[in-house]
Design a binder for this molecule. Structure first.
Ligand code: CAA
Length: 383
């Protein structure tokens, strides 16, 4: 029995910052951000969008196309959690009107959280083939105004339905993992923004990729040239580009060409949206699916990295007719609909979003009708 990704939903907030504007405001050469970092734009979440609302909006993209009563598991991976105790998934479950007998919880290991959820879901569906699982990654990457990491921020969510006989990507057995207790990037409980050792984090990311990709190939006998595309967690596009360059070194020209072209297709959405932490790898997958032509059974490799740190490499096979289950026009419209912020507007929104809104004060959203948003708290209960 094949188990894998049957549906993919995507959401990103309705505002963005242009990297050229940001570079001018920070007295940097725009090419540092556009070429050196590889980013064009980044989505910005105001106070009314958070991990919960974005996760609901991403899942709504496909919810009316699935058998809701068959969903037995709902997992949310996030590092932008809204509560230290109650799971983000419970708010989402309620908004989506999923059955009461669903098992639901939140997982955390930095950007690895969504992959952890997918692996749990894959194994769950193998044991319960008549049930499906929804796995959501939903995050706002915040480093702070005028920090080195500012150019690598973003906001958004990816939601996936994992089921038997999937229509998009069948997940292969096996994976290679690597973990170490290190301090490259983290967010202490008393901080709304991440703490990061930027240069070190880049080195560790590459090291974990090399270790897991090498171990995976050794373990499975699969060669680099067998992959149609290699996908990476994309904190910023240049990071994945560096990993891909390492992977294709010493490959024949044909392999280099298709792995480079498919990397470009996979990076297209991330370049516009920025880092969405847990969902970043899966935004790359969506971007590849919607911007490349992939033959049935094409082998796709996925590298997941969560600071702290946990790395994992696994693979999947493209299912024939996968295009029919995508929402390409709607996804591209979602990115194109965003309004550009001036740098002072972005700074104001950013600083406001760091503060907890006053209790019993209803927040208003300028999102399109039908989009869920966080409306503040009433007697400390989220609305
Ligand atoms: N034209 C073209 N390129 C230029 C340039 C110009 N005018 N000026 C500089 N560059 C290039 C530099 O040569 C450099 O390229 P290389 O990486 O190939 O050497 C690149 O632009 C970036 O320059 P710097 O390294 O000097 O940039 P920086 O010191 O300002 O910081 C950063 C970059 C470390 C990525 C920082 O943005 C940061 O800390 N980001 C957050 C941390 C992060 O994303 N780490 C990734 C791994 S951790 C992870 O993946 C988990 C996660 O999601 C956070």
């Amino acid at each position: 029995m094949q188990v894998g990704i049957d549906q993919i939903g995507f959401y990103t907030p309705n505002k963005y910052v242009d990297m050229v504007d940001l570079a001018h405001a920070r007295n940097e050469d725009p090419n540092k951000f556009l070429i050196g970092i590889g980013q064009n734009k980044m989505s910005v979440a105001d106070q009314t969008q958070d991990a919960v609302s974005m996760g609901i909006n991403a899942t709504l993209r496909y919810l009316d196309q699935i058998a809701r009563e068959r969903v037995g598991l709902l997992i949310v991976g996030t590092e932008s959690s809204v509560d230290q105790s109650k799971s983000a998934s419970l708010f989402i479950k309620s908004a989506l009107a999923l059955p009461a007998n669903v098992r639901t919880f939140e997982v955390k290991e930095a950007c690895f959280g969504m992959t952890a959820g997918i692996m749990i879901a894959r194994d769950y569906v193998r044991l319960h083939p008549h049930h499906s699982a929804i796995v959501i990654g939903s995050d706002i990457a915040r480093y702070g105004v005028n920090t080195g990491g500012e150019v690598t921020q973003g906001a958004g969510s990816i939601s996936m339905l994992i089921k038997a006989d999937p229509q998009i990507l069948a997940i292969n057995n096996g994976h290679s993992s690597h973990s170490e207790d290190i301090n490259d990037f983290w967010r202490p409980n008393d901080s709304a923004v991440a703490v990061v050792d930027g240069k070190y984090s880049k080195n560790v990311y590459l090291d974990f990729f090399k270790q897991t990709f090498t171990a995976y190939r050794k373990q499975t006998g699969i060669k680099t040239s067998d992959f149609t595309a290699l996908l990476y967690h994309l904190p910023f596009v240049k990071m994945g580009f560096k990993a891909n360059e390492w992977a294709i070194t010493a490959q024949d020209e044909k392999t280099k060409k298709h792995l480079t072209e498919n990397f470009t297709a996979a990076a297209r959405y991330g370049k516009e949206v920025g880092n969405i932490y847990t969902a970043s790898l899966y935004l790359s997958l969506l971007s590849l699916l919607e911007n490349a032509k992939l033959p049935a059974n094409a082998k796709i490799g996925l590298f997941s990295y969560g600071s702290g740190a946990m790395g994992e490499f696994y693979s999947g096979q493209i299912v024939k007719g996968y295009e029919k289950n995508l929402h390409t026009n709607a996804d591209q419209k979602m990115i194109a609909r965003r309004q550009k912020l001036t740098i002072p507007e972005y700074e104001k929104i950013f600083n406001q979003a760091l503060e907890s809104p006053q209790d019993n004060l209803e927040l208003q959203s300028d999102e399109q009708t039908g989009t869920w948003y966080f409306a503040g708290t009433k007697n400390r209960i989220r609305q």
